[in-house]
Design a protein around this ligand. Structure first.
Ligand code: GSH
Length: 178
């Protein structure tokens, strides 16, 4: 499910939650100081399932309160369900699984610099030696049109991103795992 579909789905879930809350508090026309806790309890299971990770009720309640305060502060008259759904998805959606591999070879000093940082950070990066395994070199040339190493390959959601330049790779790894 892409982000737009997920946001629409969560907005529908919020609409159902609002209806259920209103029914539960019908005698006071929906008035409830602790609405965020009630919502969080109702949302916990279906929202966790949609966003791909376990969410605590406190986490959801806090997110709802902050989104509510933000909307009030901005005096926004946008559809609250859409705004909350976007906020919840962007805050709490599980990061897509990403696989990192470094195309490199032992005697290359730029590669050695990156390998040292991988070790220092204990970063989950597979080392792919382009001399030991010629198919790695072929993949690199096919993707980039040249065999220069080091190159970090990031695979996520069926797509590959190729990042050359040792300094850029090191900055990226430090940012992510430092
Ligand atoms: N500016 C690049 C330099 C990379 C570089 O010069 N790599 C050498 C190996 S140490 C290489 O792959 N040379 C072969 C080529 O470019 O075809 C970096 O910092 O990553």
């Amino acid at each position: 499910m892409n982000r737009t579909e997920l946001v629409d789905d969560v907005a529908m879930l919020l609409a159902r939650t609002a209806t259920a809350h209103h029914e539960a508090f019908i005698q006071v026309d929906g008035a409830d100081d602790d609405w965020s806790l009630w919502y969080a309890t109702y949302l916990q299971q279906p929202l966790s399932q949609r966003l791909g990770r376990h969410l605590s009720r406190i986490e959801i309640a806090r997110g709802l309160v902050e989104l509510n305060e933000d909307m009030l502060a901005r005096r926004s008259d946008a559809d609250w369900k859409q705004v909350y759904a976007e906020g919840l998805v962007d805050r709490y959606r599980a990061e897509p699984e990403e696989r990192l591999s470094l195309y490199q070879f032992a005697a290359c000093p730029f590669c050695a610099r990156v390998r040292r940082v991988i070790e220092e950070l204990n970063a989950p990066v597979e080392l792919r030696d382009v001399f030991e395994n010629p198919s790695f070199r072929d993949e690199l040339i096919e993707a980039r049109g040249r065999p220069t190493v080091p190159v970090l390959r990031c695979d996520a959601e069926g797509r590959s991103r190729w990042m050359p330049e040792s300094a850029d790779i090191i900055a990226y790894l430090r940012e992510r795992f430092g």
